[in-house]
Write a protein that binds this ligand. Structure first.
Ligand code: SAH
Ligand code: SF4
Ligand code: F3S
Length: 449
């Protein structure tokens, strides 16, 4: 059965920043086809659910979302049918044709390496043809995407994709494929386009962003620090960040860059996952707790005020009380500015899912609560330690009250500024107070330029 080609679309992204980036690029692609963005799924002719498979809860969310969209648009009337539904992202890659079997309302399934084919898939679906593409082609999808446009003050830029680390709990190596690095010139061109489109801050992204390798325009071998240094020279760009890093790819050059590159912000997200060497080994992390602590020490020697962030998993199979205490111990030793922590979720096809010693849900709940209490306390203390400091804030959005603006400190804290200037300006503030989740900043009188 054929149906009219969609004129409007709505992209909803779940999961990591790489999905947010992909979502923005899909939107740009659909706009280049003459479609326009709708504010909600209900108001759109095409809904793209850009999904995440990392934990069971995230993966199941797509099915409840589809159900809700179908229900809400069942009787839109006036000859309109329900929107075309596309499932993109990591659930699409992991479950493929299983998705329309379970949710027949789904018209399109497109994996993270194939979304440049979305216009063709939409045309196929409009003709009533089955539209599924989960290929991981040799040619890069990036070459087939339109130039970047229309940005706010902060932008993501994917430089590396995929993962070869195969941590035993993780689906990413299966959903995103092998590690690949985008070429130097493509990244520099995209960064320039982003700055031209209004970005003052660029966050370089990759599942293992610090595994990026390539050659510069003179054929010299480079790592992520080389990319950071070339972007540092881009006029109009004020701030550089990168995420997510793996401890094993934290090179000397990258550590040194934290002490030398002015635009590189003092923030490092470097997940350790657990503090017990026995559990780290079972996770296949190929670093131990002591090695991780040495790395943090070296990074802090290069940049003493760096804010350290991480990810933690509690209740990995076989985790004893003693192992969990080792996680609390490494958290205390590192002292985080912020962190994410999760209950272990068994994922189909990963080695840990069939390991012995799966931990009872009640035990995981209790451990997660204790860990989060400690991490929250550290975050609050870190925030309090910035009170009295003078720093720059990049204004990103309006606050709740009139005149109020919200921006980010160099350490990635949200800062509320009363009578703040326009979005996209970099201002100097004095931090006057701090809560667990945000700071208040008083604008410092700026000298006229
Ligand atoms: N590439 C990054 C993170 C990718 S996923 C890294 O290596 O750190 C983001 C976070 O989700 C991971 O750091 C991990 O803490 C968590 N995670 C991954 N798989 C998980 C699982 N099966 N259960 C619970 N948390 C998981
Ligand atoms: Fe997953 Fe480990 Fe790869 Fe990170 S390094 S994406 S946790 S397999
Ligand atoms: Fe989720 Fe895929 Fe990112 S599984 S965390 S969206 S790489």
């Amino acid at each position: 059965m054929s149906r009219p080609a969609p004129k409007s679309f709505h992209v909803k992204s779940f999961g990591c920043q790489m999905n947010v980036y992909d979502g923005a690029r899909m939107a740009e692609l659909l706009e280049a086809q003459g479609m326009h963005a709708a504010d909600s799924a209900e108001a759109a002719d095409l809904v793209v659910l850009n999904t995440c498979h990392i934990r069971e809860k995230a993966a199941e969310k797509v099915y409840s979302d589809i159900g809700r969209i179908v229900k809400k648009t069942a009787d839109v009337g006036e000859g309109r049918s329900r929107p075309m539904i596309a499932v993109a992202g990591c659930v699409a890659q992991a479950e493929g044709a299983e998705i329309p079997r379970r949710a027949p309302a789904v018209d399109i399934v497109v994996g993270p390496q194939a979304y440049h084919n979305l216009p063709q898939l939409v045309a196929d679906a409009a003709e009533g043809r089955r539209a599924l593409d989960t290929d991981m082609p040799a040619a890069s999808k990036f070459d087939a995407l339109p130039r970047r446009r229309r940005q706010g003050p902060t932008a993501f830029l994917t430089v590396q994709e995929g993962c070869d680390k195969f941590c035993t709990y993780c689906v990413v190596p299966y959903t995103r494929g092998a590690e690949i690095s985008r070429p130097w010139s493509a990244i520099v061109d995209e960064a320039k386009a982003l700055v031209d489109a209004g970005a003052c801050e660029i966050t370089l992204l990759g599942q293992n962003v610090n595994a990026w390798t390539g050659e510069d325009d003179r054929g010299r071998a480079q790592g992520l620090d080389g990319l950071i240094r070339v972007l540092d020279a881009l006029p109009g760009l004020a701030r550089i960040r990168y995420t997510t890093s793996h401890p094993n790819d934290m090179s000397d050059g990258l550590i040194a860059a934290h002490g030398e590159v002015a635009k590189l912000m003092p923030f490092l997200h470097l997940p350790v996952q657990a503090g017990s060497d026995r559990i780290l080994k079972a996770m296949n992390r190929s670093h131990d707790a002591a090695g991780y602590l040495r790395l943090i020490e070296r990074v802090r020697a290069a940049r003493p005020d760096i804010a350290v962030s991480g990810d933690f998993i509690v209740g990995f199979p076989g985790e004893t009380d003693e192992d969990f205490e080792a996680t609390l111990a490494i958290v205390r030793a590192v002292d985080h500015a912020q962190a994410f922590s999760f209950k272990y979720s068994p994922r189909p096809g990963t080695p840990a899912a069939t390991m012995e010693g799966q931990v009872a849900p009640a035990v995981m709940d209790e451990r997660l609560q204790r860990l989060q209490a400690l991490l929250n306390e550290q975050q609050h203390r870190f925030n309090l330690a910035t009170v009295g400091k003078r720093c720059e804030v990049l204004i990103e959005r309006d606050g709740k009250k009139p005149g109020q603006r919200i921006g980010k400190s160099p350490w990635l804290q949200s800062v509320i500024v009363e009578d703040g200037p326009a979005i996209g300006t970099l201002v100097t503030v004095d931090i006057v107070s701090a809560g667990p989740n945000s700071l208040s900043g008083a604008l410092v009188e700026q000298k006229a330029a």
